[in-house]
Every structure is written in structure tokens, then in C-alpha cells.
Design a protein around this ligand. Structure first.
Ligand code: PLP
Length: 390
């Protein structure tokens, strides 16, 4: 399993983003980590090798990425997977039939689908609760509970979970606490500091930031979990290819710069949206009107570029997402380019309609992933789309 280089942890965040896990390559001194396109490694004799035997187990490009993201999260071990869902799938393999999980009700639709429709069928029980209130987690606990899984901010309702409170609760009872940190990124929020055991990322999103690969990453500082995750990573084999690891490594080098601009655009656009007549609700933790703004200021150092807005009428929402020009209608988020989506029919279509309605994920909700283009251009684009959507 990959362990972070300890001296990387002495550096500041931007320095880690550029250098952590990466050392000049020994043959020629290449400053960029090479893409190790190999499936196997020559052995000098039986049982004698350079620490690499077969690339499902280890690949130097992948190791660099694993060390890099582990250092950004302030953790000890990183595990890269072929997607964010590959990460969650590997976490679920830590448990067995009869075990119980408490999960946030408003997680990414695919996380809900994997837990319910695949692991539910294999005998794991999952309770989905509103994690804005820690009491709901406490009330859902059973003697069989093994994991508390939360996403904060949530996709797409932008609800928060109090990380310190959930960290205290899970540590007191010995539950595995997993936090999906995809939306905030370690630039704005570091769940391990609050007692989380595992941080999950879809590197497809902000970490890579350029919408040109799909990947996932887990970080933990717990040796027992690292042993198990390393075993699962190799045994189940949902590993990413080296080219995708290299793209993510390159993307991460500019993470701090990009996040600052996503955040600047997010704040301006959210505030502008609150002044639009047709926007009945704007969900953005950076707005003082967000019910959990005070918690957001406590556990996050910025709020990023994700905004959800309810347009009060499903037909208007449909027209709106089809009329923006810079905001492209597409699944995914977190890239340098702005995207717009309709969660009820796109990212969260697999969540039962009644559950969507209960959490405010209406058919008139639109989700924006604000990229790093000029703020005025983005606002101009939304303005013209509002103008022609009625
Ligand atoms: C918050 C969150 N977690 C996990 C995932 C899944 O990641 P991937 O698409 O890389 O499997 C997504 C995808 O949209 C997401 O938004």
C-alpha cells in the first residue's frame, strides 16, 4: 500500500499540490512523473524485484497520485480507483451481510443506487437520514451499525453535516466514518482533522478539474483500514490506468488557483441569483441566508462553485437548462468549464421520486457547476437564459 512521503506534510497546500508524491525520475531526472505504461515488471530472480510485480497491485504513476492526494488531505495512505463509485464499492466490501450503514439521504444518486440496489441485495442494510441533524444519525444507529457515510456539502441540495459532531459520535462508538469530500476538496475542507476515518473523492471532478478523465481516490490515516483497502484494491482490481492518474496529477497542480476562482464565481453568481424573481430558492453555503452558513464558515475555508437553484416551475427549469450557452448542459461538475444540470432527470434520476421530493430535490431544481470563466460572462449567460425561459 502507498504511504505518503512524511516530509511532504511539512509543506503548504499549494506546494503539496505541485510536489507531493512526486520526485524527479531517476533515469533522466524528468521533472514530470512519467506515465508508466506497463502491466508487469521484470524480476531479477524468483522473489527478487524492485518492489513492483504486477500493475494491478502497484504502478509508480498511480502511487504518485495516491501520495499526492493523501498529502493534500493530511492523511497517511491513498488508494486510487477507476472512478468515485469504484471507491465506494471498495468501501462497501469492508462490510458483510447483516451489517448496517447510516448514510446521508441526499448523497450523489449513484452512491444511493450502489448501496441500495447492489449491496442491499447482498444483505447490507442502509438507513438514509437527513444529516443536517446529528440526532437523526443517533436515532438510526443499531447494534449492527458499522459505518456512517456522509457527503458535505451534499449533491445537489448543498446541505452540511457537522464534521466535528459526526467525528465525535463515530469515534465514541467505533463506527467507520466516511466523508465524500468531492464538492469541497481538501483546499476548502479536510474531514480527517475532524475525526473522519476515510475521505472519498471522485477525482473526475475538482481534483482533476479538466473533465478529461474518470477516477476516484480514498485517503485514510488508519493502518487497519489501509491494510484492508489495499487488499480490496488489489483483490477486486478497480484500479485506474496510469494515463488517467497522470492527468489527475497534472490537474491537481493548479487546484488552489482553480478553487479560488470557482469560489469567487460561486459567491458572485449565488448572490446574483438571490435577486432574480424566478429563483424561488438558492442553495449555496456561502450565502448568509443559507440555514447552515455559520457551520459552513466553521468547517470550510471557502464554498466553491456548486450552486443549486429552484426555479419554481419544472417547465421553466427545462427551458432554462437548454438555453444557457456558456453553461453546457451535461452530467458531472468541477471542471474549468461551467456546466448546468437538472438533477431530477440526470444525476439523481435513480433516487426514488418520493425521496427526492421529501428532501426538496424538486423537478424545478437546476444545478450549476460554476467554472473559472469570467464572472460577467457567466452572469450574462444566465441572464439571457432567464430572459428567454419566461
Ligand atoms: C459527490 C459525488 N461523489 C461521488 C461521485 C461518483 O464519482 P464518479 O462519477 O467518478 O464515479 C459523484 C459523481 O457525480 C459525486 O458528485
Amino acid at each position: 500500500m502507498t504511504r505518503v512521503f512524511d516530509d511532504d506534510l511539512n509543506a503548504g497546500f499549494a506546494t503539496r499540490a505541485i510536489h507531493a508524491g512526486q520526485r524527479p525520475e531517476p533515469l533522466a531526472g524528468a521533472i514530470m512523473t512519467p506515465v508508466y505504461l506497463t502491466s508487469t515488471y521484470v524480476q531479477e530472480g524468483l522473489g527478487q524485484n524492485k518492489g513492483y510485480e504486477y500493475a494491478r497491485g502497484k504502478n509508480p504513476t498511480r502511487e504518485a497520485l495516491e501520495r499526492n492526494v493523501a498529502a493534500l488531505e493530511g492523511g497517511r495512505h491513498g488508494f486510487a480507483f477507476g472512478s468515485g463509485m469504484g471507491c465506494l464499492d471498495s468501501i462497501m466490501k469492508l462490510f458483510r451481510s447483516g451489517d448496517h450503514i447510516v448514510c446521508g439521504e441526499n448523497v450523489y444518486g449513484g452512491s444511493h443506487r450502489l448501496m441500495e440496489r447492489i449491496y442491499g441485495n447482498l444483505g447490507l442494510k442502509v438507513s438514509f437520514v437527513d444529516m443536517r441533524d446529528i440526532g437523526n444519525i443517533e436515532r438510526a444507529l443499531t447494534p449492527a451499525t458499522r459505518m456512517v457515510y456522509c457527503e458535505t456539502p451534499t449533491n445537489p441540495m448543498m446541505n452540511l453535516t457537522d464534521l466535528a459532531a459526526v467525528g465525535d459520535l463515530t469515534q465514541a462508538h467505533g463506527y467507520v466514518c466516511v466523508v465524500d469530500n468531492t464538492f469541497a476538496t481538501p483546499y476548502f475542507q479536510r474531514p480527517l482533522q475532524y475525526g473522519a476515518d476515510i475521505v472519498l473523492h471522485s477525482t473526475t471532478k475538482y481534483l482533476n478539474g479538466h473533465s478529461d478523465m474518470v477516477g476516484g481516490l480514498l485517503v485514510t490515516s488508519r493502518e487497519d483500514l489501509a491494510e484492508q483497502l489495499g487488499f480490496i484494491q488489489n483483490a477486486a482490481g478497480a484500479v485506474p490506468g496510469p494515463m488517467d492518474c497522470w492527468l489527475a496529477l497534472r490537474g491537481i497542480k493548479t487546484l488552489p488557483l482553480r478553487m479560488r476562482q470557482h469560489d469567487a464565481n460561486g459567491r458572485r453568481i449565488a448572490e446574483w441569483l438571490t435577486r432574480q424573481r424566478v429563483a424561488t430558492n438558492v442553495y449555496y453555503p456561502g450565502l448568509p441566508s443559507h440555514p447552515q452558513h455559520e457551520l459552513a464558515c466553521r468547517q470550510m475555508t471557502g464554498f466553491g462553485g456548486m450552486i443549486s437553484v429552484d426555479l419554481g416551475d419544472p417547465a421553466r427549469a427545462r427551458r432554462f437548462v437548454e438555453r444557457t450557452k456558456i453553461f453546457a448542459l451535461a452530467e458531472s461538475l468541477g471542471g474549468v468549464e461551467s456546466l448546468i444540470g437538472h438533477p431530477a432527470t440526470m444525476t439523481h434520476a435513480s433516487v426514488p421520486a418520493a425521496m427526492r421530493q421529501a428532501m426538496g430535490l424538486t423537478d424545478s431544481l437546476v444545478r450549476l457547476s460554476c467554472g473559472i470563466e469570467d464572472t460577467e460572462d457567466l452572469i450574462g449567460d444566465l441572464e439571457q437564459a432567464f430572459g428567454s425561459s419566461g
